[in-house]
Design a protein around this ligand. Structure first.
Ligand code: SF4
Length: 415
């Protein structure tokens, strides 16, 4: 069905092209591959001599799914899609793109309807999407347009619809205004990035406690302060280092983790000269030295990559309200989703990436540059954002350490 719709997307969105067999990673390894109901039914009647039987054997109904877009799953072979060969998809090459599941056909495009507007973005777990999203030094611009959308091929669509949602809370009004204010705050280069993140935490606190009945006036007032000062809670460097490492290990120790991310993690450890005898104090001191030395040199030229990472995160994940899939993951882990939980999770992903980047800068020295940073951010996005259990585990770990709510996240954010 073709549906005319207003659309919003980052200006780089249309430039994305899959680079296929020359991709340095692949979207066909390292996670579950869902198949929608309509495509699954086509596979049941596929008459191709080789692929027909293979599709019927290796694509199985997922009994736990309540969602037609994840009706079935491809049975992976040692973590990889069995239809992926020599950098190409056998289904696409032999049967054509229309036989791909909706998720495979649309990845890395991410779709959401927010108050009736279609928002399109790219998932940074794809190396080519990460390159497009992160490397332009100018602030990300968003372009509005309208067009006819073929709904049948859009894939999974996140929905944020406050008028008809089950979230009657005050903060869920003025969604477009709130998100636009947050993005403009993150792009305000008049302040250091760490300060923008702290002010964002204050906005989230305000939203959670006061809502937006005044039409966001209270939020605008915070942003317009000439030099917003946010009180910080402090944590000794070894404790902060240990917390971030535990957050990383909570992920590596659970679901399977991509080789690319593990490579980065090993380089991070080598960069800090981490041996079995290293103490947290020594490691934290070496990390501080990396932040002050090689990583500072990199940031002087490329801080926009981290700003773009955050802006892309906010836009793509429907921050601060959360995508349905993230809210579902939290519910499965007994966490009610809330604005402060979403802020905590965003800061967790940010501090993990920032810490690993600094360790990598220590490892590579003067050779550390955009390709190494892209590899880390892309593989970390794939590792952390696509894990089913990680958001709940990360929040549990923070609570265990007494880090609960937006203000306490300042303990993990560096100046
Ligand atoms: S990860 Fe991105 S560039 Fe690589 S094969 Fe998949 S869609 Fe193409």
């Amino acid at each position: 069905m073709l549906t005319p719709s207003p659309r919003l997307q980052p200006s780089y969105y249309e430039a994305f092209r899959c680079v296929g067999s020359v991709c340095e990673d692949t979207c066909c390894r390292g996670w579950r591959v869902s198949v929608d109901k309509e495509t699954f039914q086509k596979y049941q009647t596929c008459s191709h001599a080789n692929l027909g039987p293979k599709l019927r054997t290796l694509v199985n109904i997922n009994p736990a799914s309540e969602n037609d877009n994840a009706h079935a799953e491809i049975e992976l072979d040692r973590g990889a899609c069995p239809f992926h060969a020599d950098g190409l998809c056998e289904i696409q090459a032999t049967l054509g793109g229309e036989m791909l599941s909706k998720n495979c056909a649309t990845y890395p495009r991410v779709m959401a309807t927010v108050e009736g507007r279609l928002e399109r973005s790219l998932d940074l777990s794809c190396p080519e999407a990460a390159r497009l999203a992160l490397t332009n030094s100018q602030p990300i611009e968003f372009a509005e347009s309208s067009g006819d959308e073929d709904e049948s091929r859009l894939g999974s669509i996140g929905i944020l619809d406050t008028a008809n949602s089950k979230y009657p809370d005050k903060p869920f009004r003025y969604v477009h205004e709130v998100r636009s204010l947050m993005i403009s705050l993150l792009q305000n280069r008049g302040y250091p990035l760490s300060q923008r993140i702290l002010v964002l935490g204050r906005l989230c606190d305000k939203l959670e406690t006061e809502g937006t009945d005044d039409g966001c006036t209270n939020l605008r007032a915070i942003i317009r302060q000439p030099a917003p000062v946010v009180p910080r809670l402090s944590m000794p460097a070894p404790g902060r280092f240990e917390t971030v490492v535990e957050l990383i290990l909570a992920r590596i120790g659970s679901d399977s983790t991509s080789r690319r991310f593990l490579d980065c993690y090993q380089s991070f450890m080598a960069g800090l000269h981490w041996t079995k005898d290293s103490t947290m104090e020594e490691l934290a001191a070496r990390l501080d030295a990396a932040f002050a030395g090689p990583y500072a040199v990199f940031l002087a030229q490329h801080q926009h990559m981290l700003e773009h990472y955050l802006v892309s995160y906010v836009f793509r994940s429907l921050f601060p309200f959360g995508s349905q899939s993230l809210n579902r993951k939290l519910a499965e882990y007994r966490f009610a989703h809330s604005i402060s939980r979403h802020y905590q999770l965003m800061v967790v992903d940010f501090v993990v990436i920032e810490t690993l980047l600094a360790g990598l800068a220590a490892f590579h020295g003067a050779r550390f540059g955009v390709p190494e940073a892209l590899k880390l951010i892309q593989s970390a996005t794939k590792t952390f954002e696509h894990s089913l259990s990680y958001p709940g585990k990360a929040l549990d770990l923070l609570i265990e350490k007494g880090i609960d709510g937006c203000a306490s996240m300042s303990m993990l954010i560096r100046d």
